[in-house]
Design a protein around this ligand. Sequence first.
Ligand code: AMP
Ligand code: ZN
Length: 133
Amino acid sequence: MDCIFCKIIRGEIPVYKVYEDDDSVAFLDANPVNPGHTLVLPKKHFANFEEAPEDALLATMKTVKKVGRSLKDNLGILGYNVYENNDPIAGQVVHHLHFHVIPRQVGDGLKLWHQGKYNHGEGQAILNKIKIN
Ligand code: AMP
Ligand code: ZN
């Protein structure tokens, strides 16, 4: 398969590997927002969040937690963002599910989103569409 992250998992492209177990792997993003910016992914190829079964998500999240702990313990940071670009419209470039774990520094300028407000009735209307029964 031509997936760059599958190639990394097979050892065909070198990375700075932070952690690995049977089901997941974590390595440094080659273009870090901040030093220590780590990508965490299931070893099996799933294009996005919905494609991945729950056991793969659980294994990956356990690794996200381990990585977050290591960043906090060893980089002197107070917090980090866990971020996933799901599908191209959301900025996903590599179509192998992965989570960004981004250490935060005071004044680093990273701004993840702007927020608006619902007009009267809009909140209820959107709820009517997406509510899960
Ligand atoms: P996304 O936009 O969520 O798909 O992010 C893909 C990420 O993968 C980007 O932040 C890239 O910097 C990173 N990336 C792409 N190729 C490599 C690589 N060979 N080693 C490490 N990180 C990579
Ligand atoms: Zn892949």
